[in-house]
Ligand binder design. Structure first.
Ligand SMILES: [Zn+2]
Length: 223
């Protein structure tokens, strides 16, 4: 598919006509199927460096899709790379103008379900031979992602968060609320920096959908 697109990243704006082949089959999700968003997904996926055999090198990248000045002029704003970004974290700060309307966010998880996550993905030190597994359950948005999407929605009106990993593209609108984690005595649990620990309310699953990347139809090839 050849499309005319406009991509704006931090300090960079360019026009181009390109061949788009991120998802050879339409998913039926109007956001993923939009060529502008799809091209943005391909860009952050390529930047995640998932062909590197060292999982530590699979650094998350993110973007926001915006409606520029509310004129239905869709653009993708790539999150600037942050020195603290890891295979399991990206800052994805949004460089939107005050008149821009934030619509959706997206970021990468550079793994397949069942991969052992690299050490930088652990908040606390793990014992030898201990490791964390990516995507226990069904993959997609992590609890931290759910909290971010809740904040993005309630503060900025972001409608959904998209996550792309090696298996699927996931869409989540986030939980209806956040719970405060408490210990057995009912006291809020604080993290190492003294912040109250939050968790997404369990209804987040209702807003989550997965679109498999590995299609078997002859009209759909792996991308
Ligand atoms: Zn994530």
């Amino acid at each position: 598919m050849d499309v005319r697109y406009y991509v704006q990243s931090v300090g960079l704006a360019r026009h181009a006509t390109v061949h788009v082949s991120v998802v050879d089959c339409l998913t039926g999700d109007s956001v993923i199927d939009n060529p502008i968003f799809r091209l943005g997904l391909k860009s952050i996926w390529d930047s995640t460096n998932t062909n590197d055999t060292h999982l530590e090198s699979h650094i998350e990248h993110g973007l926001y899709e915006i409606d520029s000045a509310g004129t239905h002029n869709l653009k993708v704003l790539f999150g600037p790379h942050d020195a603290m970004d890891t295979p399991c974290r990206n800052l994805n700060s949004v460089a939107a103008q005050p008149t821009d309307v934030l619509l959706f966010s997206a970021h990468t998880h550079g793994f397949a379900l069942g991969d052992s996550l690299p050490p930088t993905c652990s908040d606390s030190a793990l014992a030898p031979n201990q490791y964390r597994i990516y995507g226990i359950g069904d993959g997609g948005l992590s609890p931290a992602d759910q909290i971010r999407q809740y904040t993005d929605r309630t503060e900025y009106g972001v409608k959904a968060m998209y996550v792309i990993d090696k298996d699927s593209i996931y869409r989540g609108a986030g939980p209806a609320g956040l719970d405060t984690l408490k210990d057995g005595a009912g006291t809020p649990i604080l993290d190492s920096r003294g912040r109250v620990q939050l968790s997404p309310t369990s209804d987040w699953r209702d807003s989550t959908h997965a679109f498999p990347r590995r299609q078997t139809s002859p009209n759909c090839s792996v991308y």
